[in-house]
Design a protein around this ligand. Structure first.
Ligand code: FES
Length: 307
């Protein structure tokens, strides 16, 4: 029997034509060298993915993790390219039409019971699946870094009904301390310095506020309280222009109309600063009637605008 002459094909990875051995009966190129190369790439990807997980569990090192992730993705990519270039049939295939009707099978019945041998291609497929398992291990790293779920944290602040408005030293604030046109940063009693509870208490004078009817009673004697956390990106809204009755955020110059419920009148913020419901007590201090009715700070998932 004469030996089939070697054929030329486009070559591995687009390099100039290389001589390859004869094809199998199914037209699949036989190329043990390419199979070994692809297999090694998949093994490298698997080891890199596992290595990345180990480095992360041991405390993490950003540069090493980056190299391992590159090796994992690169190994998979390289292996797939080698497979596609050198191991997949790249010639037109015509399927032979089989004769119709049943035939006596000449096969040995024992063959069907024999355990299938593991071919190099089977091994290559398993190695590729292993490489993807390594990649899955690598992708698990950012999931572990997400931290605990915030739950309801973003929707509530320390403000509760009955908590007095205090300064940064936890001393209750008196109305007499703030002249008309003045303001003070206040916190919930017991939570001085609270980041999400920080609030601006402003005295605009009686009869000047134009609040929604259901919120007018939240501002006794012209004292109104708004969250100090900007609804754009969370900076403290610390500037007050008394002549224009507007609050200004120093970060990106959002302005809020104090008389009309702190609606934004300029800049990138789209939500009003939430108003804290307060009451003036007989001893001249203020107390909250509850928490802010809306989440404070920047918008997130289902909190997009003031609408
Ligand atoms: S954070 Fe206030 S305007 Fe951007």
């Amino acid at each position: 029997m004469s030996e089939e002459p070697p054929r030329r094909n486009p070559g591995l990875l687009g390099r100039p034509a290389a001589l390859v051995p004869a094809r199998s009966d199914a037209g699949i190129p036989e190329n043990p060298a390419a199979e070994r190369l692809a297999g090694l790439a998949f093994v490298a990807a698997l080891l890199a993915g596992i290595g990345l997980l180990v480095v992360y569990v041991l405390g993490g090192q950003t540069q090493i993790e980056a190299v391992l992730l590159t090796a994992c993705l690169g190994g998979i990519g390289f292996g797939i390219i080698v497979w596609a270039q050198a191991l997949l049939p790249n010639a037109p295939v015509t399927e032979v039409r089989h004769p119709l009707g049943s035939e006596e099978s000449a096969a040995d019945p024992g063959d069907a019971l024999a355990a299938p041998a593991i071919t190099r291609r089977t091994m290559l497929v398993r190695l590729m699946l292993g490489a993807f398992a390594g990649l899955a291990a690598a992708l698990a790293v950012p999931v572990f870094s997400l931290g605990p779920a915030p739950g309801r944290e973003l929707f509530v602040t320390p403000w509760r009904k009955g908590l007095r408005l205090v300064d940064e030293t936890n001393i209750p604030v008196l109305g007499a301390q703030i002249p008309v046109g003045g303001l003070l940063t206040v916190f919930p009693e017991g939570y001085p310095g609270s980041a999400d509870g920080q609030t601006l208490l402003i005295n605009v004078g009686p009869g000047r506020l134009q609040l929604a009817p259901d919120r007018a009673s939240w501002a006794p004697n012209g004292f109104v309280a708004y969250s100090k956390v900007c609804t754009h990106a969370g900076c403290p809204v610390g500037l007050y222009r008394a002549t224009l009755e507007s609050l200004i955020c120093p970060c990106h110059q959002s302005t809020f109309d104090v008389l009309r419920g702190a609606v934004p009148t300029g800049g990138p913020a789209v939500r009003p600063l939430p108003q804290l419901p307060i009451t003036l007590q007989p001893d001249g201090t203020f107390a909250a009637l509850g928490d802010f009715p809306e989440p404070v700070g920047p918008s997130f998932w289902n909190v997009h605008s003031g609408g």
